[in-house]
Design a protein around this ligand. Structure first.
Ligand code: MN
Length: 245
């Protein structure tokens, strides 16, 4: 089972989440929203072999945390995975697009200079801008668009640019989400929870809730749930052995 985009450090009891992920044998990409969260979040998973930690600077925090870019650069050599990064064009964050772009471009350049990273990307209401930046910074690594919600045209362009995708149960609960997922190349799809931001019922989504994406994917791909698990496992192995490493 795979949760390739989860904010473990933002749960009320992160250590208990780590323990439960280990108990269930989950493969988790634990993303961070600020460079200053990196050390503590990495330490949480120091003894958890199924949990990888990504170095990030969330676009919604870019205007407040742009001063942490030197720290980002300092930590980047230790990080094989980068995220959460990207752009957010929703009304509440559009006023800070200039800062967001400056931070995102800096990070893409740094990733490129370091030979490429696996990156998990936020692109809400900003898919075209995110794709423009990825195209302009070829060599930054392998982008994974998390919870993609752009247009079909933007999706086609993302596929052409070599993007991967992570999809979760909340995304796949909507007709639009399923329609988008059905057009993704199935050998470039991983599952995610985006917890605790994503909510399921009354509470936060947990990393193991990413498993609830398997059944809708089985329907979309016309496969058995076991075959979906097999496909997702193959995808993860392919991703982490891509040439950038
Ligand atoms: Mn997220």
């Amino acid at each position: 089972m795979i949760d390739f985009h989860c904010h473990i450090d933002l749960y009320e009891r992160p250590a208990a989440i780590v323990e439960e992920c280990e108990r269930r044998g989950l493969h988790v990409l634990s993303v961070t929203t600020t460079p200053s969260a990196w050390r503590g979040t990495s330490a949480l998973a120091a003894d958890a072999k199924g949990i990888l930690t990504a170095l990030g600077l969330h676009p919604q925090l870019a205007h407040q945390r742009k001063g942490e870019l030197p720290l980002f650069d300092q930590l980047l050599p230790n990080a094989r995975f980068v995220g959460e990064i990207g752009l957010d064009g929703a009304p509440g964050f559009r006023p800070y697009l200039e800062d967001q772009l400056r931070v995102f471009r800096h990070i893409l350049l740094a990733c490129k200079d370091s030979g490429g990273k696996i990156m998990t990307l936020h692109s809400r209401r900003a898919a075209t801008m995110v794709l423009d930046e990825l195209e302009a910074h070829a060599g930054a690594g392998t982008p994974i668009l998390h919870w993609f919600s752009g247009s079909m045209k933007e999706l086609s362009r993302a596929i052409e640019l070599g993007c991967w995708f992570s999809v979760g149960p909340v995304m796949l609960a909507s007709d639009k989400g399923r329609e988008i997922a059905s057009r993704m190349p199935r050998d470039r799809v991983l599952t995610e929870s985006d917890g605790p931001f994503a909510r399921i019922g009354e509470g936060p989504a947990y990393p193991w809730d990413a498993a609830s994406a398997v059944s809708p994917l089985a329907e979309i791909w016309n496969l058995t749930p076991d075959d979906v698990q097999q496909q997702l496992g193959d995808n993860l192995r392919t991703l982490v052995t891509v040439r950038h490493f």
